[in-house]
Design a protein around this ligand. Structure first.
Ligand SMILES: [Zn+2]
Length: 258
């Protein structure tokens, strides 16, 4: 049976179609003297990203219950794969996005670790996310020392400067269960959270990094390109004037805005 399925690469985030050559899978039934109802199978799946600029390897393991097929003639054994019990991401280790180097290292590190322990310890993940969130607010908005304090108060400080859509994302978190209730507590304090609350915090960090750091970088790059284009056009005009040639077409200053 040939394998074809749609898939989005966790490294380059490009949606793509996986076919046989990009895909490898193997299942092992683990044979021990464990009780029959505790027997498990491990299914390993590997996917090589077909994007030529990426080509990264994704690897994950699923653990299933093993079911013995009966009846069989004496001396024969056969096993089939049962329901999935759990799975592990082996490569990459978590669903953390790769953010560019211009996002401060400490912020990328806290975010990465918050993703890594999201399933095993939501409260530790939420603690890292809250610290990361505070780091982002302080660094991106250059919050002066006098305005630094509890996370909730610091977020309030930037409400007026923030894009309304981004602010509504932050505000939504402020109303979520224990995270919202403990906004005024120190970010280093571990608070009990639900797994979905920890996930919401990770998603908010991704949104803020994208809207703020990546957005600012793109705006700067666009402005620099426009500046370079304008000065090239001015140079052309000056050169044409010097040589006594009329400028090509009836160029007006309005052209510079286009
Ligand atoms: Zn890829």
């Amino acid at each position: 049976m040939s394998i074809i399925f749609n898939w989005t690469c966790p490294y380059c985030e490009q949606p793509t179609t996986i076919t046989g050559p990009n895909h490898w899978t193997q299942t092992s039934h683990i044979e021990t003297n464990a009780e029959e109802n505790k027997r498990v199978s491990i299914k390993l799946t590997a996917i090589g990203c077909p994007n030529q600029n990426c080509n990264e390897l994704t690897l994950f393991a699923d653990m299933h219950k093993s079911n013995s097929i009966k009846p069989l003639p004496p001396g024969y054994k056969s096993t089939s794969i049962g329901n999935k019990i759990t799975s592990w991401n082996l490569l990459p280790r978590s669903k953390a996005k790769q953010f560019p180097d211009y996002v401060p290292e400490a912020i990328r590190q806290d975010y990465k670790e918050a993703c890594l322990i999201l399933n095993d310890s939501p409260k530790a993940s939420a603690a890292l996310s809250r610290r990361c969130l505070q780091g982002i607010v302080r660094d991106f908005w250059e919050l002066p020392k006098g305005k630094r304090g509890k996370l909730g108060a610091e977020l309030k400080c930037i409400e007026d400067k923030c894009d309304p859509d981004t602010w509504s994302g932050i505000d939504a978190i402020r109303s979520v269960g224990n995270i919202g209730a403990h906004m005024e507590k120190d970010v280093d304090l571990i608070i009990e959270v639900e797994p979905n609350e920890a996930e919401l915090l990770v998603e908010l960090i991704e949104t803020l990094i994208t809207d703020w750091y990546v957005g600012r970088h793109k705006r700067k790059a666009r402005a620099e390109r426009a500046k370079a284009l304008t000065s090239a056009k001015l140079d052309q005009k000056r050169a044409a004037k010097k040589e006594g040639n009329p400028p090509i077409l009836n160029t007006t200053d309005n052209d510079m805005d286009s």
